[in-house]
Write a protein that binds this ligand. Structure first.
Ligand code: NAI
Ligand code: MG
Length: 497
C-alpha cells in the first residue's frame, strides 16, 4: 500500500538508447611481429612473407609465411615421420589423453583465442567468445572420447588410420574449422598438415602453442600458412593420403579434378544457398530471431547461412515489417566491442564480391532495404541488407553471396516451398518454421539439404554430422560419421566400405 501512496513521478525517457562502447582488451593476446611455419614441432623460417591485417581498420598485425612447395614437402615429411614413429600405433586411450589436454587448454585460454579470432577475422567478440571457442573445445572433447572406441564405432570392420591428412580451411570460422578437421584426424591415429586461410592465420598459429603445452609429439600436427598456391601444393603432394577441404565450390571442383584417379581420399565441404522457410502458423517473433541469426550471424560468412527466406504469402507483410524493424536494432561496428552484433567483412576481396552481387540485385529489379547505420570509415563494412521482390532467377537468389544479405521470396503451399527451396545447385542446410510437427517431418524428408533445422537455425553440435548434397560437397564432418573419412577398413570388400 505504501508504494501506491507515493506521488507519481514522471519518468524521463532517454531519447538515445545507444550503448557505450565496451571493448574487450586486446592486450590479453600477444601477437609476434613475424611467424614461420610450424613443422615437426619447430618454427621453420619462411622464405617469403605477407602481412595479415585486422579487417576492422586494416591495421597490420603480423608478417606471416607464404609456404612454398618445398616447405609443404617438409611439413608432409614431418607428418609422415611422426605417423610411422609411433602416433599411428599408439593405443587410442593414449591419443585421447592428448586430445583431452588440447580441449582443456583451449578452454583455459579461450579469451585470448576469442580476441585474436575477432581481431584477425572481423567477427563480433560475442560470437567468437560464445560460439567459436566453446564449440572448438567441444570438438576436441568429443573426438577424444572416440579415440579408444573405434572398434565399437565400426564393429567387425577393423578400422585403421589413413596416414597423413592434408587439411585446407577457410576464413569464416578459422579455429572452429581447424578443430573440425584436426580432432577426428588425430582421434583416428592420423597425422596432419593444415593450411589456414590466407586472411586468418593467427589463431591457427597460436594453436601451435597449445600443441606444445599439450606436449603432443613433434610432427603430429604441422601448420603451414600461405594462399591458394600453398593449398594447391598440399593437394599435389604425393605423400598425402587424404585431403579435407572447406571453401568455395570452384576450388573444391579443382581439387577433385586434381585427385581423380590418385586413390587419395577426399572430403569437400563447399558453399550453400540455404532456404529458411516460414509457414503462416509459425511463432513470428521467434522466426524473426531465427532469420536474423540465420543470415547476419558472422556477417553472413557462413556456408549454411539462411540466405534465401521463403515466406508463406499470407504472412508476408507482417513478417517483413517485423524483420525490417528488428534490423534497426542490430549494432554494426567494432568486432572487439561486446555490444556488437555485426562485425567487419573479412577482406577487401569479399567486400567487393558482396557489393557486386548486391548491385546485380538492384539492377535486376529487387527492392533493397538497409537500416540506418553509420559504418566506420576505415576497414571493411557492409550494412545488413534485405532484398524483397526477388525472382528465383536473380543472381542474389542463385549465387552464394557470403555476406549479410538476405533475399526474400514467397510461396503458397508446402509443395511449392519444396520445389523452390530445392531449386539451387547447392544442398547444405535448410530451416523450417511451423507449429506443426508432421509438417516439419514432411518437409525434412523432401528438402535436399544435409542439415534441416526446425524452429531454429545455425545450431551446431560436435555429435551431429554436417555436410552437403550436390555442389555443397560430399563427406560428413562431426559425429560418428566424421570419423569415417579418417579411417580405412581392412574388410572393406566384405562390407563394401
Ligand atoms: P577459397 O575456396 O579460395 O578459399 C578457401 C581455402 O582454400 C583457403 O585456405 C585458400 O587458401 C585455399 N585455396 C584457394 N585456392 C586453392 C587451390 N587452388 N588449391 C587448394 N587450396 C586453395 O575461397 P575464397 O576465395 O576465400 O572465397 C570465395 C567464395 O567462396 C566466398 O565468397 C564464398 O562464397 C565461398 N566460400 C565458402 C566457404 C565455406 O565455408 N563453404 C568458405 C570460404 C569461401
Ligand atoms: Mg579463392
Amino acid at each position: 500500500m505504501a508504494e501506491l501512496d507515493k506521488p507519481q513521478r514522471e519518468v524521463e525517457v532517454p531519447g538515445d538508447w545507444t550503448y557505450a562502447s565496451a571493448p574487450e582488451s586486446r592486450d590479453i593476446v600477444e601477437i609476434a611481429d613475424r611467424y614461420g611455419h610450424f613443422v615437426g614441432g619447430e618454427w621453420l623460417e619462411p622464405t617469403e612473407t605477407y602481412e595479415t591485417i585486422a579487417p576492422r581498420d586494416e591495421e597490420p598485425l603480423a608478417a606471416v609465411g607464404q609456404a612454398t612447395a618445398a616447405d609443404v614437402g617438409r611439413a608432409v615429411a614431418a607428418a609422415r615421420t611422426a605417423y610411422a614413429d609411433g602416433w599411428s600405433s599408439l593405443p587410442g586411450s593414449e591419443r585421447a589423453k592428448y586430445l583431452f589436454r588440447i580441449a582443456r587448454i583451449l578452454q583455459e585460454r579461450s579469451r585470448e583465442f576469442a580476441v585474436l579470432e575477432s581481431l584477425n577475422g572481423g567477427k563480433p567478440i560475442k560470437e567468437s567468445r560464445d560460439v567459436d571457442l566453446p564449440l572448438a573445445a567441444a570438438h576436441f572433447f568429443y573426438y577424444a572420447g572416440w579415440a579408444d572406441k573405434l572398434e565399437y564405432a565400426f564393429p567387425n570392420r577393423r578400422p585403421r588410420p589413413v596416414g597423413v591428412a592434408g587439411q585446407i580451411i577457410p576464413w569464416n570460422f578459422p579455429l572452429l574449422m581447424l578443430a573440425w578437421k584436426v580432432a577426428p584426424a588425430l582421434a583416428c591415429g592420423n597425422t596432419v598438415v593444415l593450411k589456414p586461410a590466407e586472411t586468418t592465420p593467427l589463431t591457427a598459429l597460436l594453436f601451435c602453442d597449445v600443441l606444445r603445452q599439450a606436449e603432443l609429439p613433434d610432427g603430429v600436427v604441422n601448420i603451414i600458412t600461405g594462399d591458394g598456391r600453398t593449398g594447391a601444393a598440399l593437394v599435389e603432394s604425393e605423400d598425402v593420403d587424404k585431403i579435407a577441404f572447406t571453401g568455395s565450390t570452384e576450388v573444391g571442383k579443382e581439387i577433385q579434378r586434381r585427385l581423380a584417379g590418385t586413390g587419395k581420399k577426399l572430403t569437400l565441404e563447399l558453399g550453400g544457398k540455404a532456404a529458411n522457410i516460414v509457414f503462416d502458423d509459425a511463432a513470428l517473433d521467434q522466426a524473426v530471431e531465427g532469420i536474423v541469426n540465420g543470415i547476419y550471424f558472422n556477417q553472413g560468412h557462413v556456408c549454411c547461412a539462411g540466405s534465401r527466406l521463403f515466406v508463406q504469402e499470407s504472412i508476408y507483410e507482417p513478417l517483413v515489417a517485423k524483420l525490417e524493424r528488428r534490423l534497426t536494432t542490430l549494432r554494426v561496428g567494432d568486432p572487439l566491442d561486446k555490444n556488437t552484433d555485426v562485425g567487419a567483412i573479412n577482406s577487401a576481396a569479399q567486400l567487393e564480391r558482396i557489393r557486386e552481387l548486391v548491385a546485380s540485385g538492384e539492377e535486376e529489379g529487387a527492392e533493397i532495404y538497409q537500416p540506418p547505420c553509420v559504418l566506420p570509415e576505415k576497414g571493411y563494412w557492409f550494412a545488413p541488407t534485405v532484398f524483397t521482390n526477388v525472382a528465383q532467377s536473380y543472381r542474389i537468389a542463385q549465387e552464394e553471396i557470403f555476406g549479410p544479405v538476405l533475399s526474400v521470396l514467397t510461396f503458397r503451399t508446402p509443395e511449392e516451398a519444396i520445389e523452390k527451396a530445392n531449386n539451387t545447385p547447392y544442398g547444405l542446410s535448410a530451416g523450417v518454421w511451423t507449429e506443426k510437427g508432421s509438417r516439419i517431418l514432411w518437409m525434412a524428408q523432401r528438402l535436399r539439404a544435409g542439415v534441416v533445422w526446425a524452429n531454429t537455425f545455425n545450431r551446431f553440435d560436435p555429435s551431429s554430422p554436417f555436410g552437403g548434397y550436390k555442389e555443397s560437397g560430399f563427406g560428413r564432418e562431426g559425429g560418428l560419421h566424421g570419423l569415417e573419412p579418417y579411417l580405412t577398413f581392412e574388410d572393406s570388400e566384405t562390407f563394401g566400405g
